[in-house]
Design a protein around this ligand. Sequence first.
Ligand SMILES: [Zn+2]
Length: 196
Amino acid sequence: MSPQPPKGGNSVIQYLTIALFITAFSWLIGRTFGLNKIWKDNQKIDKQIPFLLKEDQNDNYTLALCCNPIPGDDVVGFVSDNDKIIIHNKSCPEAIRLMSSHGDDIVEASWTKSKVLSYLIHLYIRGFDQQGIAHKITNVISNEYQINMRSINLDAHDGIFEGNLYLYVHNTDMLDTLISKLLNIKGVDTVSRKDI
Ligand SMILES: [Zn+2]
């Protein structure tokens, strides 16, 4: 007697059982033959699970150059064609565009606490020109926080000074502390983070 095709509701259950069996079997084969790394790598792009941004595994993701996110920023990931995750700040215009046009490629992302790498940030600073203010600003940056500077330019005119600081920080905690410390300098009126 030849096997009959499954009928009605049973067929769904049978197909699901077969699918489950194939999944479990391929997982077992993967584990057995040392392919669990590939399995793990695939798991990292499971869009249902928030993607953890670890500094020691930063070859798994790329920080978008349009918004240059740093650890602690509110970010979102997009899975690219080559299965890499591109991390944008949630407020980035490009991220907003991708969210509406490539909604299926979104993955939640969150940072792990780490203080290994340094990230370039741009601060705009403004205030009332005071004697020695440039020295006080660089002193806070380099002596008190030992923050590496890429460039600092300060310009004074008509009793007002303003400038741009390009600095390397580990994360937003460090950045927030630095900003409040700079705001404590007499004469400093505004310190705000800008696009690089
Ligand atoms: Zn971006």
